[in-house]
Design a binder for this molecule. Structure first.
Ligand code: FAD
Length: 369
């Protein structure tokens, strides 16, 4: 979209060229390294499908439903719920990659104390440690899975029509529009990932770009491209707003060499002079919720986003569910940082409470784009 999009990204303070340039020069190279660090590459998540909607849907009650939905299941056997009773020594990754095995020692390190759920924007049902699995995201890239049809369509329909007010047909206030744009930006991001890592030929297991999908699902719609940029900038603002906290945070996974690298990459990213000069305020959150109806509107939109996050449990393909949950959790964390925390001191305190999924997943969501 680089050649067709000019000027400032709507509702943001930065323009397309600047975003492309910053991403290419600074952000993407650092993020590519960051997502490979142990702190960022493990995701702790409840992948069992406890879908609160459509209880009649058998697919969601079957714990291994994903196996038939996804042509290729890359999940190491050790992460499958039914193997949970095995001791951690017995857990061997299907691919034989030792780094994919579940590392339970992370519980007392990186994930220590991560059971509090304190995000008013998300539906967190992640308090029971025994139900959580760890996923090595490096081994489970977001890409084409073959998930489509009525199940996928129903999720997107629910996300847009039940939870998001219609747009742009009806007139919306700015806050509602922003929620729509975040969801549409996420949808664009998912489509871009499908298009850039597609199963071109099943017989020979050939993977590659699918430019038709890229064009027909995203590029031909200027709004979808714009919303992707907007979502990127929104998350970038949440990250820069929490820079002081992220700089001091512990990135302890029990591997000092790697953890020092994580911290230094984090600093490099947060305080890059080019970033500060080119796009100091990617999104201005202070402008929102000002009207008389502000507090009421915030509650309403919070409830919408919470529903969207609950709907992610109904995604019928395990790998899609994984990335759906991760990305919605990242956006939920950004929403919390920008809209539910008022001053700096509060910010550090509230984030210190560590909700179960939030801390590094803003980065993970963002790092992929
Ligand atoms: P869909 O992408 O299903 O879109 C449905 C409708 O939504 C479109 O017809 C259009 O009207 C509207 N729409 C589309 N894009 C936008 C946008 N950016 N903004 C606003 N409106 C839009 N499939 C995979 O192969 N791999 C995955 O990792 C994966 N993850 C998924 C995660 C989630 C949470 C969900 C719900 C689905 C996921 N899917 C994944 C399925 C994938 O998103 C599509 O649903 C599927 O590929 C079928 O695509 P489609 O062409 O029918 O259009």
């Amino acid at each position: 979209g680089k050649h067709r999009h000019k000027g400032t990204v709507e509702d943001s303070c930065c323009d397309y060229e600047t975003v492309d340039h910053l991403n290419g020069e600074v952000l993407h190279p650092i993020l590519q390294q960051l997502v490979k660090t142990p702190f960022c590459r493990y995701y702790k998540v409840k992948l069992w499908c406890d879908c609160p909607f459509w209880p009649e849907d058998n697919m969601c009650r079957l714990r291994d439903c994903s196996v038939c939905e996804c042509p290729e299941s890359e999940f190491p056997d050790s992460f499958k719920p039914f193997q949970r009773t095995l001791s951690s020594d017995d857990l061997k990754c299907r691919e034989g990659k030792p780094q994919a095995a579940v590392d339970r020692t992370l519980d007392s390190k990186a994930f220590r104390g991560w059971t509090e759920t304190d995000n008013p924007w998300t539906y967190d049902d992640e308090t029971d440690n025994s139900e959580m699995t760890y996923v090595n995201l490096q081994l489970n890239p977001e890409r084409y899975t073959g998930y489509n049809g009525t199940s996928a369509r129903r999720i997107w329909d629910a996300v847009y029509s039940e939870n998001c007010p219609k747009y742009p047909a009806e007139e919306l206030c700015q806050e509602e529009k922003i929620l729509y744009k975040l969801i549409s930006g996420l949808h664009s991001s998912i489509s871009v990932h499908i298009a850039s890592d597609y199963l071109i030929d099943e017989a020979t297991n050939l993977w590659g770009h699918n430019l038709e999908i890229m064009y027909y699902r995203v590029l031909q719609y200027p709004n979808r491209v714009e919303n992707l940029y907007f979502t990127f900038l929104f998350v970038l603002r949440a990250v820069t707003k929490t820079a002081d906290y992220l700089e001091q945070a512990e990135y302890d996974t029990g591997n000092p060499t790697e953890d020092i690298k994580t911290q230094s990459l984090m600093k490099q990213l947060l305080y890059d002079p080019k970033l500060q000069a080119a796009c100091p305020l990617p999104f201005d959150e202070a402008k929102l919720w000002k009207g008389r109806r502000g507090p009421e509107l915030k509650q309403k939109i919070q409830a919408h986003f919470k529903n969207i996050s609950a709907v992610m449990d109904c995604v019928g393909c395990e790998k899609c569910r994984l990335w759906g949950k991760l990305q919605v959790s990242g956006l939920g964390t950004a929403l919390k940082i920008l809209f539910s925390v008022n001053d700096e001191e509060n910010l550090v305190q509230i984030i210190r409470m560590r909700n179960s999924t939030a801390k590094n997943h803003t980065f993970l969501f963002w790092g992929k784009n």
